[in-house]
Ligand binder design. Structure first.
Ligand SMILES: [Zn+2]
Length: 75
């Protein structure tokens, strides 16, 4: 079940996002785990979790796509 995150760009928990800078491991894609004042992301390559300020996150996001769960963007 996806939980709507009230963000400017309409990101959702469970959504995959690509940041402008890749992780130290070389991974570019992250899964959104939590979003509040800070956004918690998990690297899809090495499974490390990072916390990032929401404003920074929004500036760093390049593109986003949904996990293959059949959900569609309806925000
Ligand atoms: Zn990584």
């Amino acid at each position: 079940m996806l939980e709507l995150i009230p963000m400017k760009k309409g990101f959702f928990i469970g959504e995959r996002v690509k940041l402008k800078k890749p992780h130290a491991c070389g991974g570019e894609w992250w899964e959104v785990l939590k979003a509040g004042m800070d956004v918690t992301l998990r690297c899809l390559k090495c499974s490390r979790e990072i916390k990032i300020e929401r404003g920074k996150f929004e500036r760093k996001v390049k593109e986003a796509e949904y996990l293959d769960s059949g959900n569609s963007r309806s925000a």
